[in-house]
Design a binder for this molecule. Structure first.
Ligand SMILES: Cc1ncc(COP(=O)(O)O)c(C=O)c1O
Length: 489
């Protein structure tokens, strides 16, 4: 051990007390938590995250450290409140800490959080059945995992096992996760290049939304004898900037894959569960993919859970001859499944697709006016339903707008390295008052940035204050004095 056992115990004890604390900390305590968090990120997690995040450098005097959230509002440890227009990149469709999801998870937690690995756990079956009921066509069987990238990883594996072919056709700029298989399909060099050699099977990238390019690539592969297991696409390209494909894209690639006896995988990790105006984006055209992947808000914003779903016929290779060909020890656990069952129940009952449509229509009209008003800031705005992207004239301008917006109490993505586009993906449950408050803050931010553009955007960014993280010093720890009555064994 690099520290003494006593120091490690003292430190973990302290954090367990903080975890149990229900009140917003005092300023003194919050300072300590902020400094500790920055120190820990810098020394033990990833210092780069601090350099590139506006919430660290631009939150007034102290970094914004998240503490709690409710619906579309998030509060940091200083009690500063932000309207959430980011929604965890689609993770928080049900809002922060949705009380119904939390209630289900808390109840489940009290009697059985994790599976025995041998007995039959009921919730996994319930969730698989629910997903079969609400996904299109003959999609029927599901397997659960934790992240979107795992769901895609395993969809790739399933397509290979079923077709006994190795090739994939995917889209340029497509994003679907950073594990090796998903990464091999990714259409962005930023993530691929540093890793070097990826999946060794053939992977062809075609422009997204170009059905003719997919058809041509399928023809070419057939002519030259390269076996293609699947065409794999994101319904709307999210990470690439909410790019909506032409209306004939999905029907045409469905027809082409059928013609060439190739599977079609729809990555609905971000678009699913109502965000894009239907329960699933592919429902917009009545397209039934062979495999669909789900994630993000599947866990109701409370637990991580993702899934890949397919037909009975394709699933045969998951069941025979070896039903344990695909397993993990932890995923499909009862806690995650309870969250997903509650989350899907809410999405169906409250009609998330309709909510997303109505709020998008309301928001987009007002956003378009701002895009017109500030041509020096905006290139364009894209997206449909609650997956919107602002495209800025430059990354610096984008960063300045998102940073100003954050100062004005609205959270959207704002990382310095990809600030040229910034997504707006609020919780579907956001209220119209919160949308209006966000728009008001955006107007104010655009005005400030527009004025500073007349001077220099660089000077503007340099004037923003960075907070130097402090190392942990237990002697100066204000939390030592408090919460004495809480004891942690
Ligand atoms: C369409 C899509 N697929 C897959 C993923 C990967 O999901 P995760 O970050 O949970 O691995 C993402 C993440 O943004 C995504 O947008």
């Amino acid at each position: 051990m690099k520290q003494s056992k006593e120091t490690a115990l003292e430190y973990t004890h302290k954090w367990l007390e903080i975890i149990k604390e229900k009140q917003t900390p005092t300023t003194e305590e919050a300072d300590w938590i902020a400094n500790e968090s920055l120190y820990n990120f810098r020394e033990h997690f990833n210092a780069g995250w601090l350099e590139y995040r506006k919430s660290v450098t631009l939150a007034g005097q102290h970094a914004a450290i998240e503490w709690k959230g409710k619906w579309a509002k998030i509060e940091d440890i200083y009690g500063r409140s932000y309207i959430d227009w980011l929604g965890g990149y689609g993770l928080l469709s049900h809002g922060w800490s949705n009380p119904e999801v939390i209630e289900a998870v808390q109840s489940q937690l009290l009697h059985n959080p994790m599976p025995s690995q041998e007995l039959i756990d009921p919730l996994r079956g319930v969730l698989a059945r629910m997903i079969a009921d609400i996904t299109p066509g003959d999609l029927k069987y599901s397997f659960f995992c934790g992240s979107g990238t795992e769901a895609n990883e395993w969809a790739i594996k399933l397509a290979k096992m079923y077709t006994k072919k190795a090739g994939f056709i995917v889209a340029v700029k497509w994003f679907h996760g950073k594990t090796m298989g998903s990464l091999s399909m990714i259409g962005k060099k930023d993530y691929r290049e540093p890793v070097g050699q990826l999946y060794s099977g053939p992977v062809y990238h075609v422009p997204f939304g170009d059905a003719a390019a997919v058809e041509r690539q399928l023809e070419i592969c057939e002519t030259i004898g390269v076996g293609i297991a699947a065409v794999m696409m994101e319904p709307i390209q999210g990470e690439a900037g909410a790019i909506v494909p032409p209306d004939d894209f999905w029907p045409r690639i469905r027809a082409a894959t059928k013609k060439h006896n190739v599977l079609l995988i729809a990555d609905e990790v971000q678009t699913g569960i109502g965000r894009t105006g239907k329960m699933w984006w592919v429902d917009n055209w009545g397209v039934v993919p062979d495999i669909m992947t789900l994630g993000k808000s599947l866990g109701g914003g409370v637990m991580p859970i993702s899934a890949f779903v397919s037909t009975e016929e394709i699933w045969q290779c998951m069941m025979h001859p070896n039903p344990f060909i695909h397993t993990t020890t932890t995923w499909g656990n009862a806690l995650s499944c309870s969250a997903a069952i509650a989350g899907l129940h809410i999405a169906l009952r409250d009609d998330f697709p309709k909510m997303a449509q109505e709020k998008w229509e309301y928001m987009m009209k007002k956003l378009q006016k701002l895009v017109k008003k500030y041509p020096e800031i905006y290139e364009s705005i894209s997206g449909k339903w609650l997956l919107i992207a602002q495209h800025f004239r430059s990354a610096e301008i984008g960063y300045a707008v998102t940073a100003e917006l954050f100062r004005n109490g609205v959270l959207i993505a704002g990382t310095l390295n990809s600030a040229i586009t910034s997504r707006i993906e609020p919780p579907i449950v956001i209220t119209y008052e919160e949308i209006d408050a966000g728009l008001k803050a955006l107007k104010k931010s655009l005005k400030t940035v527009s004025e500073s553009l007349k001077n220099s955007i660089k000077t503007h960014l340099e004037s923003l204050e960075a907070i130097p993280p402090q190392p942990y010093n237990s002697d100066k720890d204000p939390l030592k004095k408090m919460r004495k009555n809480l004891s942690v064994k």
